[in-house]
Write a new protein. Sequence first.
Length: 222
Amino acid sequence: MDETLKQELLGRFATYLDVIKPGEADVDAAADEREEADLFSIFVELAGLRNETRTQSRLVKEAIDRFRDVFETLQSSHAMLEQDLKRTRAEADNRERMLIKPLLLDIIDIRDRLASGLKPAATAMPRWYERFLANRQRETAEAWREGLRMTLRRIDTLLADRRVVPAETVGRPFDPRIATAVATVADPYVADGIVVEDVRPGFLWQGELLRLAEVVVAKRNA
C-alpha cells in the first residue's frame, strides 16, 4: 500500500476517535441489544398468542360438537315425546269412542221410538156414537204428541252437542257407505238409484259413520 494513503487513513481514524465521546459506542451496542430483545419478546408473545388461539379454537369446536350432540338428542327426544303424546291421545279417543258409542246408539234407538210415535196412524172411520168424543180425544192426542215433539227436540239437541247428526240420504243417489237398501220402488218421476224414503235414519258421529241408514231406492225396472 502507498505510504501516503496509509498515513491519510490513519489520520482519518484518529480524527474519528477524537470526535466520538466516551461511552457512546457502548450505548449504541446496548440499544441494538435492547432492540433485539424487544423483537424476541414480540416473537415469543406472538407464538404464545398463536398457541392460545389454537387452544381456544379447539375448545370452541369441542363445545360446538357437544352442543350439536345435545341438540340432536333433544330433538330426537322431542320427536319421540310428540309421537307418544299423539299415540296416547289416539288411544284415549278410541277408548272414549268405544265407551260412548253404545250409549249414543241407545239414545238414537229411543229417538226412533219417539219419532215413530209421531207418525200418523191409519184409523178407520169412527162410528156415529164415537164422534161425540172425537174432539176431546183429538185435544188429548195433540197434547201427547206435543210432549213427544219436545222430548224429540231435546234428544236431537243432545246428539248435536256431541256432533251426532243424521245422514242426508233422501233425494240423493244411494251411497252404500252410509246406507243399506231395504226395498226398491218403481217411480217414473225419480231417477234410477235415488233414495226416496228413509225407513230408519242413519247417523254420523264426528264425520264418521255411527249407524247405517235403511232406505228405499227408486228403480225403473222394479
